[in-house]
Ligand binder design. Structure first.
Ligand code: PHE
Length: 358
């Protein structure tokens, strides 16, 4: 075949190749080991110098022309293939996105965080203790000796088969954290202790597990006035109100003397705690008092040197009052609909700090 014809046919085949595979077949047929142009170039070796002077440039020119045409065609086919792929993979951006399900923050967790933040601003640290507690920390050290009638007030869950010298209970209140803190930390002490507590009780306003938050201050020269100021400041910050009427009622707890129960003045008009003028209802919110000297002594401190106050309140109760929730049992049902409705988004927390400025 003449060089010109081979060139014409090969270039035509290149132009006609409709896919990268077809083009590769053309390349192999022309330039592969057995390809026509390769074979042609091999014949140069057997030629006389005169013949080679003519055929050499002609064959090499052919080879270069074909190689150039192959490269151009390959680039064109590759681009077409890429465009086809992009067109096929186009996404419809108008389709609604299926969002992954997101959780929410439980009102009780939310309120515990709010309380921790408020008390942090007042210089209180967060303390912790075990939920399975021994009899001594839960009762005896808190001035509730065995056979004391106050033990019956607590509807205690006892743990069967606990060691005889260390009867175990599910803690009935967060007050044992007072004891653990006074034993493990040197005063002055300012702590709160939020956590789960247990009593054998169940109806619309009682659940066998609920949440308390304990407060304890031990220092020199602490009086009821400090207790009153602290509670007033905390209640104003928590309920985000400027003024609040508090009623201190004499009460009894074995571990405080004197003991006071605190009622918050409430306005049924605003549904919020209110100042003296607007109060038409009182709600009991917490128990408190000056830490009993016997409790201070049980923790190895000298009650003549150290005094303090303590308080304990129900977190669930505070959550119900602040967020208008009615049935305590719903807190622990794990109903997704209830949680979605009353829970808090992790990305959209109410302004805690705004209410926490003392
Ligand atoms: N522990 C008490 C209760 O559970 C509350 C309390 C705490 C009272 C601290 C006084 C001081 O009812």
């Amino acid at each position: 075949m003449s060089t010109d014809r081979l060139r014409a046919e090969t270039l035509a085949a290149i132009a006609a190749a409709a896919s990268p595979d077809a083009l590769e077949a053309v390349r192999v047929a022309a330039m592969g080991k057995q390809g026509q142009i390769t074979q042609l170039l091999k014949t140069l070796g057997g030629m006389s110098p005169v013949e080679r002077a003519v055929s050499g440039p002609a064959f090499n020119g052919l080879r270069e022309a074909v190689a150039g045409a192959l490269a151009v065609r390959k680039a064109a086919l590759d681009e077409a293939a890429l465009n086809a792929k992009l067109a096929a993979e186009q996404q419809d951006m108008t389709l609604p996105v299926a969002l992954p399900p997101t959780g929410s923050i439980h009102p009780v967790s939310q309120v515990m965080d709010e309380l921790a933040e408020i008390f942090a601003d007042l210089g209180f640290a967060v303390a912790d203790g075990p939920e399975i507690e021994d009899d001594w920390h839960n009762f005896t050290a808190l001035n509730i000796p065995e056979s004391h009638p106050a033990r019956a007030m607590h509807d205690t869950f006892y743990i069967a088969q606990s060691p005889a010298d260390k009867k175990l209970v599910l803690r009935t209140h967060t007050s044992p954290v007072q004891i653990r803190t006074m034993i493990s930390q040197a005063p002055p002490i300012r702590i709160i202790a939020p956590g789960r507590v247990y009593r054998s009780d169940s109806d619309a306003t009682h659940t066998p597990m609920f949440h308390q938050i304990e407060g304890l201050v031990i220092d020199k020269g602490i009086t009821l006035a400090h207790l009153r100021w602290t509670l007033e400041t905390f209640i104003k910050a928590f309920f985000e109100v400027d003024d609040v009427a508090l009623r201190f009622r004499p009460s009894y707890f074995p571990f405080t003397e004197p003991s006071v129960e605190v009622d918050v003045g409430y306005s049924s008009k605003t549904g919020k705690p209110a100042g003296a003028g607007q109060v038409d209802k009182w709600l009991e919110v917490l128990g408190s008092g000056m830490v009993h000297p016997r409790v201070i002594a049980a923790c190895g401190l000298d009650p003549d040197e150290w005094q303090g106050f303590a308080f304990g309140t129900g977190v669930d109760r505070l959550a119900m009052l602040k967020y208008g929730l009615t049935d305590l049992r719903a807190f622990f049902d794990g109903d997704i609909k209830w949680l979605k409705h009353h829970g808090f988004s992790a990305f959209d927390l109410p302004s805690i700090s705004a209410g926490a400025t003392p």
